[in-house]
Design a protein around this ligand. Structure first.
Ligand code: NA7
Length: 549
């Protein structure tokens, strides 16, 4: 196989220095970083091109709910200057165009094999290499393997009988067709009302003939207040990128949203109300930046939830529909807080119908549509926006076999365990940037990805400078990290909602909040401290000790 550089082939395997799995933001950056270090990189991607989740998620209304300036690479001042974002919150086509721009600019595609999946990755203890088998039957081998497989890359169908019977058009948000889909005059159903469903519903409500929303759990969603970026703003932003990136690294969200230490009840009621009104007007995730304790103080959380429910009641004209749209029974922000554009207003359109399947459960999919207890809704098209086997799904989708034949599936049978979120004891030289015990979905994934890849690259440089062939965390370092992650999680309201954040959306999956909730800045400090004390935290295998290999 050609990797555009110096891959060699011996004993049937294609030998390189680093294997990178994935062409999302983490994988692209890892490929670039290691190439710049002079490494021979072989990168594998299941999609037809770069972009990761943004390559697949082409559904109508797909958009990032982090600001474009945040959700972009900070490692290249040249790219920052050459690329211009058009909106405060970029839509999927623009994000994908950005990923393509970066891939072109850095000449990354020559390292990639697209439309290719890794089917197994196994550590060879004697040769000190990872061997990755790909679905062509070929094998790659390298001392280092970077699993940049992403926290949201394995789509999940709903557990509803009869899906295969549907004779209309079945569409999955996470694997959307590349060609345009026409909804005009069609009876369209949507199952799923998370961030994805909300974006689809607010878009298709204005395009479809009739839109039927099958809602099991309503999400809290806040106004995005998206807008076009004016030339003056862009010029200002480009002048200050360096300072902004520095601020992002020192921010709990890994983004530019200001943080606060102000507790909710430190203000008198009228001022709290004023702050909430302002947060609603400003839009975005302003609420979370307005009070420090919304994810730890139930009473504070209840008051914000009441405020948002009140807004829903004011916007949605039909009282029964408004009531069904008001989330209850879990804390606001404990499910991913969605950002929308006139989502609630969509339900005032005469062609949009809410089917509350928490009260009228779906029995099955039929040839003609969706059958609930009360009857059948006939549909031309049915869209699944039913989420992902998140955080661990991609890493457990194939066998990852570590030292002594132990698989990651076995190690993680009770939930993911790692050190710093991206290394695991028993799996030498294997790294999973933006992994499941880091800040993952709770902070800016691009900032996390860049940070993790930089940390890994520094570790590799240190190892090579010191004649070290392998690294893995010590048992006690991993135990300490997991104890910290789990004890912090105990205090968070996040664990009180049944979401993908805690594994509740996948039948049989171990439950629990295993993400690091301490914020990006703290995470970065802990990763830096870990690298400072290498002797305590890592087991190294020096070349001299395995001279025979
Ligand atoms: P989510 O947030 O996991 O949402 C999935 C939605 O699908 C959620 O509303 C589910 O309801 C619903 N769902 C799943 N199965 C069913 C069945 N059988 N019947 C009815 N409804 C069902 O995924 P998204 O893709 O929206 O968002 C994922 C992340 O992408 C998001 O958090 C952002 O970070 C970006 P449930 O809650 O299970 O009752």
């Amino acid at each position: 196989m050609t990797q555009g550089n110096r891959a060699t082939k011996s004993s049937g395997a294609c030998r390189v220095d680093v294997i990178v799995v994935g062409a999302g933001f983490a994988g692209m950056y890892a490929t670039y970083k290691f190439r710049e270090m002079g490494k021979n990189v072989a990168a594998i991607e299941a999609g037809g091109d770069v972009g990761g989740v943004w390559y697949w998620n082409r559904y109508p209304g797909a958009r990032c709910d982090l600001m474009s300036v945040d959700y972009s690479y900070g490692f290249s001042p040249e790219i920052e200057q050459e690329w211009t974002w058009s909106e405060q919150f970029a839509a999927q086509p623009e994000i994908l165009a950005y990923a393509n721009f970066v891939a072109d600019r850095l000449d990354l595609r020559r390292h990639y094999r697209f439309n290719t999946r890794v089917t197994r990755a196994a550590w060879d203890e004697e040769a000190k290499v990872w061997r990755a088998t790909i679905d062509t039957g070929e094998t790659l081998e390298a001392p280092y393997c970077i699993m940049a497989t992403g926290p949201l890359s394995v789509p999940k169908d709903p557990e509803i009988p009869g899906i295969e019977r549907f004779e209309g058009t079945l569409l999955r948000a996470q694997k959307w067709p590349h060609e345009p889909v026409d909804f005009a005059g069609k009876r369209v159903g949507v199952i799923g009302t998370g961030s994805t469903g909300i974006q689809i519903i607010q878009t298709l409500g204005r395009q479809a003939g009739e839109l039927f929303v099958f809602q099991r759990t309503p999400s809290f969603t806040l106004p995005m207040r998206n807008h076009v970026l004016e030339p003056d703003y862009i010029a200002e932003m480009k002048r200050h990128y360096r300072a902004m990136r520095e601020a992002m690294r020192n921010n709990p969200t890994g983004g530019t949203r200001p943080a606060t230490s102000r507790p909710f009840f430190s203000l008198p009621p009228s001022q709290r109300r004023e702050v909430m009104e302002q947060a609603w007007i400003n839009g975005g995730h302003t609420f979370l930046g307005s009070f420090a304790d919304l994810l730890s103080n139930q009473e504070a959380n209840d008051q914000v939830a009441d405020f948002v429910r009140e807004k829903i009641g004011q916007i949605v004209e039909d009282p029964k529909t408004a009531e069904a749209l008001k989330p209850r029974g879990y804390p606001i922000f404990a499910r991913r807080p969605c950002l929308d554009t006139e989502y609630y207003e969509t339900y005032n359109l005469p062609n949009v119908h809410l089917v509350d399947v928490s009260k009228d459960p779906i029995i099955g999919i039929t040839e003609k549509g969706v059958r609930t207890e009360s009857g059948e809704t006939e549909l031309d098209m049915l869209i699944f926006a039913t989420g992902y086997d998140a955080l661990t799904g991609a890493l457990l989708a194939f066998d990852v076999v570590g030292r002594g034949g132990r698989t990651l599936k076995d190690k993680w049978k009770n939930g993911p365990r790692s050190y710093l979120g991206f290394m695991a004891e028993g799996f030498p030289n294997l790294f999973a940037p933006s992994g499941p015990n880091g800040p993952a979905a709770l902070a800016n994934l691009v900032t996390i990805a860049e940070h993790d890849v930089d940390w890994i690259a520094e570790m590799v440089s240190f190892m090579e400078a010191n004649g070290i062939r392998t690294v893995e965390p010590t048992v006690s370092a991993e135990e300490g990290w997991m104890a910290l992650v789990l004890s912090m999680a105990e205090k968070s309201l996040i664990r009180k909602a049944n979401t993908w954040w805690v594994g509740a959306n996948v039948k049989g999956k171990p439950q629990g909040l295993t993400m690091f909730i301490g914020g990006f800045q703290k995470y970065r400090e802990l990763c830096a401290a870990a690298a400072q004390d290498k002797a305590s935290n890592f087991v190294f295998d020096r070349a001299a000790q395995c001279a025979a290999a």
